[in-house]
Design a protein around this ligand. Structure first.
Ligand code: PMP
Ligand code: GLU
Length: 395
């Protein structure tokens, strides 16, 4: 049976594929250091788990409203007010099965065949394929480490056409950790307002920001920008709840209601148990978030310092998320153990084969000559992994 052209036009998520490979090798007993993984290594906080257990024991195990329970919507509304000074009504909120699902629903709801979405590169792997699956065209605007991987006003202006429907802003970014300042977001917001293009603001790493850097969501810039913005956020990264699958979006009523329509015909509500757990995550103590953040900051500092001491590797110190995205162009084209490494993909393969260290090649994120390393793993593992990297680069 022929698979649809639509599905043939996309690829499986490279991050999930590489992570699955690393986990499978580990299960076979191979001593893998996994820098490929994009999820916090901490356990979900106990108060959140207890809320889920209570949900099960009290029979909160049935279908609930497609777009989320009033209780969770209220918790999200309070969070957006508390953290971002933004006011939303329940009709402007939808809860989905992860932020990934929220983004998928957005593209299904706003894209007509041939519509364009501006995607700054390097980008999180799923944006482009989700746009293609919805019939749209991703318009990639390349950035580089010389400009801290930030999109410039000229870059946006150049990408704009009569078909531009939306732009993605992901700050802090996956894979670079780059975080925009309020002033930088003002410039982007101004262009979007002038050209009436929607802004998809993927704020999933909001809570993971270091060195007293302040997070701003682009929706906070001005009321006109808020009107054009759909905020995407969730509990996966901030509360170490990747497996619970709860994400949400906040934005214009008509788009949220279109997303709910898509969701009503696909997944229905997100898991009722995870919904109860997420209410506790958002309304309960935030102490654990602070603890995780401090741990991530230590690991980031250690990893960046060690990487920058390796000849041929240049690593920008990111403001947020739990990834670094070093430039490895200086080591490309050289032979290691009689193997010529020409690309970031070959570099990542070499690293996995010989050093048993798993990383994601920059090409997966649309930017060659880099690799992404996640520091969502212990300092001991980071030390071991970087030691191995140094050893194989000496050979
Ligand atoms: N956006 C970005 C930038 C991400 O890195 C992720 C993590 N996979 C997501 C969205 C989706 O997160 P989740 O579906 O786990 O909520
Ligand atoms: N966001 C994570 C990553 O980039 C999880 C995997 C995924 O959903 O792509 O590794």
């Amino acid at each position: 049976m022929q698979i649809s052209k639509r599905v043939q036009s996309i690829k499986p998520s490279p991050t999930l594929t590489i992570d699955a490979k690393a986990k499978a090798l580990k299960q076979q007993g191979v001593d893998i250091i996994n820098f490929g993984v994009g999820e916090p290594d901490f356990d979900t906080p106990i108060n959140i788990k207890e809320a889920a257990i209570l949900a099960i024991n009290s029979g909160f195990t049935k279908y609930c409203p497609v777009a989320g329970t009033p209780e969770l919507k209220d918790a999200i509304i309070s969070k957006l007010k508390r953290d971002n000074n933004l006011i939303y009504s329940p009709e402007e909120i939808i809860v989905s099965c992860g932020a990934k699902h929220s983004i998928y629903n957005i593209f299904q709801s706003i894209i007509d065949c041939g519509d364009e979405v501006i995607v700054p590169a390097p980008f999180w792997v799923s944006y482009t394929d989700m746009i293609i699956l919805a019939g749209g065209t991703p318009v990639i605007v390349q950035t580089n480490d010389k400009t801290d991987f930030k999109i410039t006003p000229e870059g946006i202006e150049k990408a704009l056409t009569s078909k531009t429907k939306a732009i993605i802003v992901n700050s802090p970014s996956n894979p670079t950790g780059t975080t925009y300042t309020t002033d930088e977001l003002k410039v982007i917001a101004k262009i979007c307002v002038k050209n009436k293009i929607l802004i998809i603001s993927d704020d999933i790493y909001e809570k993971l920001i270091y060195d007293s850097f302040k997070f701003t969501s682009i929706a906070e810039i001005c009321p006109e920008a808020k009107e054009l913005t759909i905020i995407v956020n969730g509990v996966s990264k901030a509360y170490s709840m990747t497996g619970w699958r709860i994400g949400y979006a906040a934005g214009p009523k008509n788009i949220i209601s279109a997303m709910a329509k898509v969701q009503s015909q696909s997944t229905s509500n997100a898991s009722s148990i995870s919904i109860k757990a997420s209410v506790e995550a958002l309304n309960g103590t935030q102490e654990y978030v602070e603890y995780m953040k401090q741990e991530f900051e230590k690991r980031r500092n250690y990893m960046v310092e060690r990487l920058n001491n390796i000849k041929g590797i240049a690593c920008r110190k990111p403001e947020g998320a739990f990834y670094v995205f070093p430039n490895i162009k200086s080591v490309l084209g050289k032979a290691f153990r009689n193997r010529i490494i020409n690309t970031d993909i070959e570099f990542a393969d070499y690293l996995l084969d010989i050093a048993k260290v798993s990383v994601i090649p920059g090409s997966a994120f649309g930017t060659e000559g880099h690799i992404r390393l996640s520091y969502a793993t212990s300092i001991e593992n980071i030390k071991k992994g970087i030691d191995r990297l140094i050893t194989i680069l000496k050979d």
